[in-house]
Write a protein of this length. Sequence first.
Length: 202
Amino acid sequence: MYRPLRRAGIEVIPNAVPDGTMPFVHGYRREDIVGGFSHPYEAPRLVERLNEDWYELATSTGLFDPGRRREFLLMLPVGTRSHSAYVRDMNGAGRAAPPVWTRVRLLDRWDVMGRGAASAFLGIHAGHPGFGMLALDSGVYISCSTGERGVDVLAVGHPDRSENVLRHLERFASWQGGADRVLRERIAAWLAGRAVGAGGGS
């Protein structure tokens, strides 16, 4: 996994995810979104425009750490499982472990939407990216998905404080059955630790 990502200009920093990071982001709504963009697949210079707009969004919303090292968290499959394999698993074709946050650094020469997506870890192929990114302080979450007509990228502000996200995670953690037990346990533990932290500060 490290080599394809490095070729895309993303350096993996092992075992460096901040303590207390929320394990998953989902359930946000329109009011949580603080920015984003969409491009149809037939757009000219698609990969270049996607890269430009992603970097602008990441910079303006605070995805990168304030130390100017351009570090952030990237949701990556466990082991060497590709993004496409993860999608198959989520659709019921497998039961592999859920993806986890990995700390990464954006290098000087990068191509997230081209070589990154083509690496199979950040999408399906060049110009068809799919990923989740989170600021080290959880201040913003950036999601990228490929639809039927184009690529959609959006930014969610402070997902760890969003009532919509928290309600969704609470429901998901309490759900019984299915193949997501490991992820549900991670979410339940994070919610419990958050509750303890909130109680200790009162």
